[in-house]
Design a protein around this ligand. Sequence first.
Ligand code: HEM
Length: 445
Amino acid sequence: MFPSVKSEFLKRNTVLTSPCTAISLYGTHLREGWFDLFRGGDDHLFGWGCRSWGKYVGDVLTNVDIERSLAHEAVMSSNEKPISFVTPGASANPITGRALAQARGISNWLFVVCFMVFAMVVLGGLTRLTHSGLSMVDWRPVTGWLPPLDDAQWMAVFELYKQSPEYNQVNLGMTVDGFKGIFWLEFIHRLLGRAIGLVFALPFLFFMVRGWLDRRIVPMLVFFFVLGGLQGALGWYMVKSGLADQPDVSQYRLTAHLGLAVVIYAFMFRFALRLRHGFDSVRPMIAPGLIGLRRYARVLPFIVFVTLLSGGFVAGLDAGFTYNTFPLMDGMLIPGQLYDGTPAIMSAFEDIMTVQFNHRWFAMATLVVIGIFWIMSLRRRLGVAQRLAMHLLLFCVMAQVALGIATLLMVVPVALGTLHQAGAVVLLSATIYALHTIEWGHMSE
Ligand code: HEM
């Protein structure tokens, strides 16, 4: 009576880890062949279809029976060996075999690159907060990986720096030893950028030659590489804005540089998580009760990203060095001179008070939105990994808000400012991970 799930199962290399996956396979049949109503794959209709279908199936068989029978059917008639099965709630990953091992190898490699990008973001914050970012006044992407090696070379780069507005307006009279102090951080920041390029490109070529890269993921990897190159160029474009007349980089360019780094990180992190399940894994059908939560979870990375960008403007305008009280600003909850510029909207990017005000309240909104999400999640039946991901997310947002307030009240000490920047990326990762666990259910455990 039921359509054959065996062929579907094998074609998709999907593993049945929960009743929901089983229902999802049947739901896929419904969508793809049986009822035109389901064409287009609207989640709501599809969810409804699966709900009804699941209820019907549930009347006939218990959940475990569904799994067992499908598993049995697949194993009995399959010549392929890689499949094992887990019962609901078990935490072993069920797929084994060469393709999965390769996908996981690539995923591990991307996690390493992600970690390096994260370190790069943190180091970038430290470089900015220690006023080291304008110490190198030229950019030699290929040949510039060696630091000055003797006194003559140090004098040469110092002479170049002496022509910059930062030296003349801020550091006049600085000695070469003082210059070395600010040079190293910027140098290491750039060196790490090159290292990321190598750690990305060399294994990429190696995997290509060994034939480990599934063709479908190559465009995405090339896209990451291009974005990485663009990020380097954007970094130099930002530094250049601080070498012209004023020794301050443009807040627009700084935010763009921070934003692009985080975009690269976020896409790569999500992609690496997904590759844990293989190259051509199909996302399991979500339990109907989690559809709303998933929709909500999809918005969270964007909300955190907007707050993060608004933080970039605070940093770029040094707006954290004034109005160092919370929650009041200038003695008021909503200060009078907000959006005073012409046109008013430009104040959101150029007026210190408005920029800081926006960042505070974007952050509070982020806290509230994630808090509501967490409360919603309490009322759902979740697996262990999912539940942990929700708690982790709540913890991250609370810690990040606390760090932000401490950074403000203590007038941006270097350590706290750097930690706050790192916290923003950790929080973004927590939103992506929460979304991932909701989407992949038991398979993410
Ligand atoms: C969801 C919460 C938050 C996120 C995601 C976030 C993110 C960020 C980011 C990415 C930066 C730029 C850091 C840099 O470029 O060095 C920043 C800067 C800053 N944030 Fe937040 N922030 C949050 C909450 C807060 C809160 C609640 C406050 C205070 C009320 C705050 C105060 C600051 C200050 C003062 C800076 C400037 C620090 C500097 O000059 O380095 N943040 N924030």
